[in-house]
Design a protein around this ligand. Structure first.
Ligand SMILES: *Cc1c(COP(=O)(O)O)cnc(C)c1O
Length: 454
């Protein structure tokens, strides 16, 4: 198809995720290629990939080692089922993941997206108690403002009002515990915020623990809920309460895993050992849909026995453990060692936090939140009162359109600009992106603030 046909057919036949299609029709974008941390549209315009193609990409596009690994795997086999049969790269990848993950995790259950890895975690935790004969433990505790993907199970343990409101009657009920939000908190300091949230969680556990199967939490940072970082000690406190009340800790590392926050997994910031841990996004370097749910031998054992005992975990997907994806993931993880990626992220995140100080000074920047290379910049109308812009103005969305004009891509979350560059971004590329963000925030917020006062 030529460019004109591509554009026309995209408007005629595509329905894009998380997208109001009138927005797409007004400002369409069709990507044709990518190289390093840049992608190119069909007209040849280049963009810095400021959101890692939605939080996935690690080493840039067209990374030779990953390309070669996929091509090499293609000469053996593209896919065979994991139902009742193993395959070579799935075994090798499982071994690798177990080496990298917290010590207590010993089993890998594959799927193909973050949401499915969470569905699996929920069903696994639920059936664990059933198989053990503790039939009352059926409920889940979730954190306010959490996000775990978009399937019905995953939205049930999620709590982003805007995304989930309409599906209320479709979702199973959960018990909501407050996330320790720092920005706009009524409490004095992070310790107080942390302790209050843990106290409330403790009360919930005390009153309901006999019925609670598990709690789901994003690891250290609530991503889609607005890039909110947990105060020090919170995740550790959750782990301790889980032990005290015999509740399974399900930690979602889909966004934070694979070095994004400066550790291979964000649980390492608090030395936490979850009972179940989910991972996806960065696992293949942003190449192919692979996800994994890791768990302990203790949980695995509750499913282990002869067939007639009916303890089997009856769950699977057609493409579970896909060979091409596992080969890509293995090549991806090898680069972490060869290029010392985790150390690099730590250095680059120091650089970014220096650079973001300039952004924080802007008139309409209320808060800058960062852990590793996971950053959110919250735009407000009034910096002192933290009063937001009227939501219909879509200040962050408008800002990202301006950034696109200037050659950088990202997607906002409400009034928050997301900055999640590929881990491979160089300091000069990081600087270039931050300069574009700064310029666009300045221009757009000034314009919109003026439109309000007029
Ligand atoms: C993106 C995300 C998911 C969902 O992953 P998909 O691959 O989009 O299904 C789940 N949990 C967290 C924390 C995420 O950021």
């Amino acid at each position: 198809m030529n460019n004109e046909q591509l554009l026309e057919k995209s408007k005629e036949h595509l329905w894009l995720p998380f997208t109001q299609m009138t927005d797409y029709e007004r400002d369409p974008l069709i990507i044709e290629s990518g190289n390093g941390i840049r992608v190119k549209d069909i007209y040849g315009k280049e963009y810095l990939d400021g959101y890692s193609s939605l939080w996935l990409n690690i080493h840039g596009h067209q990374k030779k080692e990953i390309n070669d690994a996929i091509k090499g795997q293609l000469d053996s086999i593209a896919h065979s089922t994991l139902l009742g049969a193993a395959n070579v790269p799935a075994i090798e990848l499982a071994d690798k993941l177990i080496q990298l993950a917290p010590n207590n995790l010993k089993r890998v259950f594959y799927s193909d997206s973050g949401a499915t890895s969470v569905e699996i975690a929920i069903k696994m935790a639920f059936q664990y108690w059933q198989n053990k004969g503790v039939s009352k433990k059926k409920k889940f505790v979730t954190l306010t403002n959490g996000y775990h993907g978009d399937t019905v199970g995953a939205i049930s343990v999620g709590a982003v009002e805007l995304f989930h409101r309409v599906y209320g009657e479709l979702m199973f009920e959960t018990i909501k515990a407050p996330f320790p939000l720092v920005y706009r908190s009524p409490y004095e300091n992070e310790d107080e915020i942390c302790n209050h949230a843990l106290d409330e969680l403790k009360t919930i556990f005390e009153e309901n623990h006999e019925e609670i199967a598990g709690i789901t939490v994003e690891s250290m940072v609530q991503g889609a809920g607005g890039m909110h970082i947990m105060p020090k000690g919170y995740l550790k406190g959750v782990e301790q309460l889980c032990h005290e009340f015999d509740i399974l800790l399900i930690v979602d590392e889909v966004a934070t895993g694979f070095g994004r926050t400066g550790k291979m997994f964000a649980v390492e910031h608090e030395n936490v050992q979850p009972d179940i841990m989910t991972m996806a996004k960065g696992i293949t370097g942003g190449y192919l849909p692979i996800a994994a749910t890791l768990t302990t031998e203790k949980i695995f054992h509750a499913f282990y026995g002869e067939y007639h005992e009916l303890k089997t975990f009856f769950h699977g997907h057609s493409y579970t453990g896909n060979q091409l994806g596992c080969a890509a993931a293995l090549a991806n993880l090898k680069i972490y060692e060869e290029e010392n990626i985790i150390k690099q992220v730590q250095q680059k995140s120091d650089f970014v936090s220096q650079q973001l100080k300039e952004v924080a000074k802007l008139d309409h920047v209320g808060d800058v939140r960062q852990l590793g290379l996971m950053c959110g910049i919250e735009l407000v109308h009034n910096k002192e009162t933290k009063e937001p812009f009227p939501w219909e103005l879509r200040v962050a969305y408008e800002t990202t359109l301006d950034m696109r004009e200037r050659g950088m891509l990202t997607r906002p979350l409400g009034d928050i600009i997301v900055f999640m560059p590929p881990l491979a971004s160089s300091e000069s590329e990081l600087q270039e992106m931050i300069q574009i963000m700064k310029k666009s925030i300045e221009t757009t917020t000034t314009k919109l603030a003026l439109s309000i006062s007029n």
